[in-house]
Write a protein that binds this ligand. Structure first.
Ligand SMILES: Nc1ncnc2c1ncn2[C@@H]1O[C@H](COP(=O)(O)OP(=O)(O)OP(=O)(O)O)[C@@H](O)[C@H]1O
Length: 510
């Protein structure tokens, strides 16, 4: 007897202009964790949306425990023991945590929702999962990472046989990620099967048993996690040898002067006494855990958060940036972490999104829009960033998550800023495209742009930055040389001895 719990055979899905899946097979055993890997737009989410009843396939068969099933909607999937944790949060913000978890399975008493029972059930579930969140809290008052933990708990509350996780850690801190991994091993040992989608290789190596690779909607192969390497997986994903994950920056910053500087920047409760500078052509890394204040510092620089005190200088001259308009006027660009809400017009086309921040450069001398130029720019960016779209006109909401992110980056790269702040620029982006993004950063640096990159991906920040500042508890706690420091040293600053460090002054000379 086999322990196969799920078999998907020959699954097809076609969207206008795109074959998202062309006959894909997937097999999963009880207690097995399968990683679904592939470049942006490979078809991972579509395959899982079919399994969880959000999309109807155009062909193929699904078997659960050997029995052929038809999954017509989300409820069918639930009844078959399939639960999905979405990439985007799907909670009702105005309801409590307990109401969200048991929204469709509330315990009733005389036909009324039994609040007390719901709360005690939620508390019992949280105790089991070691989650420390108040079941009575209203969801909109929780941090994004706590909302994500509620989302995870909700998916587990039905005691499913199969759990699908689509980029579950993208909004989690490393502490919460660890908690999630503990939850995964607990459920795995109880026989629950899981499909795990992530672009983070280290996570895939840490928690999965087998890895299945998709490319352009096609099944490429399945390998055992313990027997493969990231090189082999990258080759399967991109269809070519990729000898490097990080391109080499073959020059150091162009001039030893300060292009941009903030002195004693403070915004009460958000960040304190921040001193930092960036040179022309320099890539400055800001590393900190979620909640450390790293994003708030970026928002402070860009004028989204108004500082209480402090000074900003460009080319050594004081400038006033009190809002994003004045930041843009001073050639400062900021690619936010929350790209979907702050960076895109989802119902507009790819070309409109890419050129929207730079329309004035597209005007002819008669003040008309130069459409050909607009198309050329868009096609170049589609090529450079390998954006997977059926055409430059496609509305952005029809593209995969990773491809939407590439469009926001393309939009800001086009504005030719002097100072570019990138907050988690490669989150949710596949290895091939990451490489292209690092290369574009280096190209901009070569032109003299000062780049500030915020990332919670330690290998990334160590490999791409010229200089590294560590943020903890809303302050800069250390300045390190990425070439000589280690991941362990950085974490020791944050976890081990962070408190005793206080604010380490940036040395003017390295
Ligand atoms: N609702 C839709 N309408 C039209 N096209 C779609 C729709 N959903 C997905 N697609 C297209 O189908 C293809 C597969 O997308 P999918 O979201 O499954 O990719 P993915 O592998 O999950 O990518 P990512 O890693 O970027 O999330 C992409 O080309 C995408 O643009």
């Amino acid at each position: 007897m086999t322990d196969t719990i799920l078999k998907m055979k020959g699954i097809k899905k076609v969207f206008p202009g795109v074959v998202a899946l062309s006959g894909v097979d997937l097999e999963l055993e009880k207690g097995q964790v399968l990683a679904l890997l592939g470049e942006n737009g490979a078809g991972k989410s579509t395959l899982m949306k079919i399994l969880s009843g959000s999309y109807k396939p155009d062909g193929g068969e699904i078997f659960i425990k050997g029995k052929k099933v038809e999954i017509k909607n989300v409820n069918d999937a639930k009844e078959l023991g399939i639960s999905i944790i979405y990439q985007e949060l799907s909670l009702c913000p105005n309801l409590t945590v307990a109401e969200n978890i048991y929204a469709f399975q509330e315990p009733t008493r005389f036909g009324l929702i039994d609040d007390r029972k719901m709360i005690s059930m939620t508390q019992a579930l949280f105790d089991e999962l070691e989650i420390d969140i108040d079941p009575k809290a209203v969801v909109k008052d929780l941090s994004i990472s706590n909302q994500q933990m509620v989302e995870i708990a909700k998916a587990l509350s039905t005691k499913p046989d199969i759990i699908i996780m689509d980029e579950p850690t993208s909004a989690l801190s490393s502490k919460e990620t660890e908690k999630l991994f503990k939850i995964i091993s607990k459920y795995k040992s109880e026989g629950t099967a899981m499909v795990y989608i992530s672009h983070r290789m280290e996570e895939i190596f840490a928690i999965t048993d087998i890895i299945m690779v998709l490319r352009d909607g096609q099944y490429i192969g399945t390998v055992e996690t313990a027997l493969t390497t990231s090189e082999e997986l990258i080759k399967m994903m991109v269809g070519r040898e990729m000898d490097q994950v990080y391109p080499h920056k073959d020059f150091s910053y162009t001039k030893d002067e300060k292009l941009f500087e903030i002195k004693n920047y403070t915004k009460n409760k958000f960040f304190y006494d921040i001193n930092l500078y960036v040179r022309p052509g320099e890539i400055l890394g800001l590393y900190g855990l979620m909640g450390s204040g790293r994003t708030e510092i970026a928002k402070g620089i860009f004028g989204i958060l108004k500082k209480d005190s402090g000074e900003m200088c460009l080319h050594g001259k004081p400038v006033k940036v009190n809002d994003p308009y004045s930041a843009i006027e001073n050639n400062i660009a900021f690619v936010t972490e929350d790209r979907k809400h702050e960076g895109l017009v989802l119902t507009a086309g790819v070309y409109e999104n890419i050129t929207m921040a730079n329309l004035s450069s597209l005007l002819t001398k008669f003040r008309l829009l130069d459409t050909q130029k607009e198309i050329n720019i868009t096609e170049k960016q589609i090529d450079d960033l390998r954006i997977k779209t059926p055409s430059f006109k496609q509305t952005v909401n029809k593209l995969s998550g990773g491809n939407q992110q590439k469009i926001v980056l393309a939009k800001w790269f086009e504005t030719e800023p002097e100072v570019l702040i990138l907050d988690e620029p490669t989150r949710g982006i596949d290895v091939g495209a990451k490489y292209e993004i690092y290369k574009l950063m280096i190209d901009l640096a070569r032109k003299g742009v000062g780049i500030i990159i915020i990332s919670s991906d330690l290998p990334e920040i160590l490999n791409v930055s010229d200089r590294l500042l560590v943020i903890n508890k809303k302050r800069i706690i250390a300045e390190l040389d990425p070439k000589s420091t280690t991941q362990e040293e950085i974490m020791t600053h944050i976890i081990g001895r962070g408190d005793q460090f206080g604010q380490a002054k940036q040395s003017d000379k390295e």
